[in-house]
Write a protein that binds this ligand. Structure first.
Ligand code: ZN
Ligand code: ZN
Length: 331
């Protein structure tokens, strides 16, 4: 722990940044030859170990693939049991896929099961339910029914991005969040083909310890953020401001229920906008950084939204998405 005064000056850390533990890079949606993936379970494990992941969930369609053994001494991947359950959207009729992460056995539900029934079946097997790729499947937010028991959605799915350009479900997420639904998010590869949809979406989990149980507990608590490139280094709430630190970015956004949001843009020419916080914690002008990249931004605490969330955009167009921060009602 650092100097407590310095810590206090940085404000109150929120979300995963308020907790001790280890950061684990997690691949939470991957297929093998047990369903429609190209790699065998053993090769998939080896591939993600080589890709510097800490956690791998094999999520073959409608089955529970046994965890393959480590291929070598230096493979320290944690394996989470998982599956991707196929349902049919009740109204629009398209595929409705639900990830069951950490399940002890295959949750058995009919294809026409509701999301509520499916989430309950996943929970009964000790797992967490996440709705996969809602933007790609055309799932309407008004046809989900009761979301009790659903932990969250995939805010980003790399397979849907490289196949169609429909990987980013953040708009869909905002629609749910702005209704007050406490949906968390993960980013995933939905890996099928090495070199195509691999290592392009991951979830950074702040786990108390390096164990599958701690990873699941952290995912359930929202102690995580999603990324396909940038890192979020911290989010702090000060009296009336919120501060974000990240890897080098061209923009950092604070978003609430639409239309609320503020973005700090890198570069010396950022124009003032209503609600702008002109200077960051170090006294430098917000957005005006040498080299035109940001590593920190300071925002006003937006009012009128039940949640706030952060997005970081890097120079390659890649993003990181924080989980929502739920704020007590303020006057
Ligand atoms: Zn799917
Ligand atoms: Zn999949």
């Amino acid at each position: 722990m650092g100097d407590p005064t310095a810590e206090a000056n940085r404000g109150l850390a929120v979300g995963p940044f308020a907790h001790d533990g280890v950061w684990l890079r997690c691949a939470l949606h991957c297929h093998t030859t047990q369903s429609d993936g190209m790699l065998s379970p053993a090769m998939l494990r080896r591939y993600y170990s080589m890709g510097h992941f800490d956690v791998l969930a094999i999520t073959d369609h409608d089955q529970l693939t046994p965890a393959p053994d480590a291929h070598s001494e230096d493979d320290d991947l944690l394996l989470l049991p998982g599956t991707e359950i196929s349902l049919r959207s009740p109204e629009s009729g398209g595929p409705l896929h639900v990830l069951g992460l950490g399940v002890n056995a295959m949750p058995r539900v009919p294809e026409r099961a509701t999301l509520l029934e499916t989430a309950a079946a996943v929970q009964a097997e000790g797992g967490l339910a996440f709705v996969a790729h809602p933007w790609w499947t055309g799932l309407r937010s008004d046809e989900l029914g009761d979301l009790a028991g659903v932990t969250g959605i995939e805010v980003y799915n790399a397979g849907c991005e490289v196949e169609q350009g429909r990987g980013d479900s953040a708009q869909y997420w905002d629609t749910l969040l702005s209704q007050g639904l406490p949906m968390l998010a993960i980013a995933t590869d939905d890996h099928h083909y090495p070199g195509f949809d691999a290592f392009q979406g991951w979830t950074m989990v702040r786990a108390a310890t390096r164990t599958p149980e701690a990873v699941l507990a952290a995912l359930a608590a929202g102690h995580a953020y999603s990324s396909n490139g940038p890192d979020i280094h911290g989010i702090w709430i000060e009296a009336d401001r919120i501060r974000v630190a990240s890897s080098p970015a061209v923009a950092i956004s604070l978003l609430g229920a639409p239309p609320r949001g503020v973005r700090v843009n890198a570069g010396p020419h950022g124009l003032k906008q209503p609600g702008d916080v002109p200077r960051g914690a170090d006294g430098r002008r917000n957005g005006a950084y040498p080299g035109n990249l940001l590593t920190e931004a300071t925002f006003p605490l937006l009012t009128g939204s039940p949640y706030l969330r952060v997005e970081v955009l890097d120079a390659h167009g890649r993003k990181a998405w924080s989980n929502p921060i739920w704020l007590p009602a303020r006057g």
